[in-house]
Design a protein around this ligand. Structure first.
Ligand code: NI
Length: 175
């Protein structure tokens, strides 16, 4: 099993738009497995392939702690085919913007069409925390970060703070 390196701001690879996978085959299943491993070891709840520099529309998440029954999810080619009118502001954080968090407005519920790990097409409704996480991860596949939903001033401040956070953390680890 491979631990992948998670890219952080301002890495431009985070701004690439990912391409759909042709099918969920053994290579993609292997990627999903490595991504989950990386996500767990970095203490994340979700991870998009874009964040590890692979520009394929693949994401993983594990919300078991917040939403029982939504244990490890492996998703390819996610497509939001319905959004609730209702929106809600939630605190979000991201492995690619280390050490920061902010309130972001998202749709409360979404209906998602996607390929599962067995290459079967699924259609499923997600609500609340699961819906928020999926919107956040799908944004990554389009080169969008949660800070892009904030004002320019707030965005720049969070990106700068994230860079400082990462630098200080590294210095502590190497001592
Ligand atoms: Ni993220």
């Amino acid at each position: 099993m491979a631990h992948l390196t998670v890219l952080t701001v301002p890495d431009l690879r985070l701004r690439s738009k990912a391409l759909p996978v042709v099918a969920v085959d053994d290579d993609i299943r292997c990627l999903m497995k490595d991504m989950l491993e990386t996500m767990y070891s970095d203490d994340g709840a979700g991870l998009a392939a874009t964040q590890v520099g692979i520009h394929k529309r693949v994401l993983v998440l594990d919300l078991e702690e917040h939403a029982p029954g939504l244990g490890p999810l492996k998703i390819a080619n996610p497509e939001i085919i319905w959004r609730s009118k209702e929106t809600q502001k939630n605190w979000e954080a991201c492995l690619s913007v280390p050490g920061q968090s902010a309130l972001v407005e998202r749709f409360v519920s979404i209906r998602l069409r996607y390929l599962d790990q067995d290459n079967r097409q699924q259609e499923k409704d997600f609500h609340d925390w699961a819906s928020v996480c999926l919107q956040h991860e799908i944004d990554h596949l389009d080169g969008i970060l949660y800070v892009d939903h904030l004002s320019k001033i707030k965005r720049q401040m969070l990106i700068e703070k994230a860079q400082k956070f990462k630098k200080n953390k590294k210095e502590i680890v190497t001592l």
